[in-house]
Design a protein around this ligand. Sequence first.
Ligand SMILES: NC(=O)c1ccc[n+]([C@@H]2O[C@H](COP(=O)([O-])OP(=O)(O)OC[C@H]3O[C@@H](n4cnc5c(N)ncnc54)[C@H](O)[C@@H]3O)[C@@H](O)[C@H]2O)c1
Length: 427
Amino acid sequence: MLSKKTGVYFPKNIGSEVVIMEKTIKIGMFGAWRGNSYIRSIAHRDPDEIRLVAICDKQADKLARVEDVDNVEFFPDFDSFLEYGLKTGMNAVFLANYFHQHAEYAIRAMEAGMDVVSECTSAATLKGCVDLVRCVERTGRKYIIAENYPFSTKNLEMKRIADSGALGTFLYAEGEYNHSGPIEMLQELTPYKYHWRAWMPRTYYVTHAMGPLMYITNSMPKYVSARAAHSNLLEKIRDFRPNDDGIGRMFCEMDNGMIASFTGCTAMASRSRYRICGDIASIEWNGYGDTQGKVRLFYEDYTKPESVVECENYLEPDLDYWGEKAKEAINAGHGGGDFWIVQNMVDCFAHGKPVFFDVYKGVAMSATGILGWRSALNHGENFKIPDFSEEEERKLVENDDLTPFPDDQGEGATLPPSLMYGHYGEQ
Ligand SMILES: NC(=O)c1ccc[n+]([C@@H]2O[C@H](COP(=O)([O-])OP(=O)(O)OC[C@H]3O[C@@H](n4cnc5c(N)ncnc54)[C@H](O)[C@@H]3O)[C@@H](O)[C@H]2O)c1
């Protein structure tokens, strides 16, 4: 059916399928800071569908903030958490631990026979990407990367329009993720000297800007080139955050022929935004003005279908398209995205349905951020992103463990965290 108002084709509703429950997900949460928001989401679900059974965090204050959970065991270390899980039938682990340590714990959980959902990023080194993919293939366990921004209500609306074919050929996609804040907030988020947030180069937190573009246009990255820019404002807090660039921007050839330009996590005086341009129409949203909750669909007057009235259309997200569950999602964290991550877990772990953000998408995004940083350090050098489904390509990077992240003693980092420590100022 073609809407007269917007010129967008509406395919059949795909979110209201009736499915038979195959198993109850008994999940353990590893990391109770970000993890606590998913603890609350899971508590609202049908316990026959998904049930929280254990929580692990080495910080007592994080465990103390967990409220309203019954029949859930608390652990200060991963070993005792996993051992308890093995004895009691825990069959999945949610990784909300430190950003750069997800792959190693994902592997331990999958080797123990559990499915894994991992906060972003999948892996912080190319070696970690290879180890993770091999583990998924070896164990046959299910793995999801919990990239939630593609499932925010407005990005789902972008996906709906893109899938309709209204844009024509995808030519260009753009994504920016901004997350800065006052010094007090940055201090709270960076609780100790060698915390990952202080050493993460700007390209590494790539999934929130890149993931929606991949999902909306159903594409994978092939090559990356990147640049970063130093921030004088951030330089003032270099004593607790040595990663004082304000932006790392990547430019990719995608496997559908489109080009994509996106950031990691930026600290710009700006808002997050997403845009997809085709040869017939374009769609976009940004965080400004009174059209904030809407998606802009734009045609040129010479590409506009006859049935469409206006070239410029501001669309309210069509929740009905995504089924009944979209109405439940609307109040969840990150524009509804957090709801769909839990739904992905139910669909994949309990019903065996494939998810978009599987291990191959996860490591492709991680590798883009990793190689993007090397490119930024080398004035935009172009890097091929390995196809991690191919063993020959994995072999080329299986020992590549370059990392900007130091250990708790400040040792082991082999890459600089910002331009100031890399090439910046050398010319
Ligand atoms: N998708 C999103 O919207 C979103 C939002 C916030 C954070 N995150 C991600 O969530 C992850 C966690 O971030 P965070 O904000 O909670 O900050 P964080 O990384 O500082 O917190 C991690 C928590 O895990 C615990 N932990 C880490 N290693 C442990 C170990 N070996 N044993 C026991 N406990 C351990 C820490 O004590 C801490 O409470 C990161 O990967 C981050 O990127 C995602």
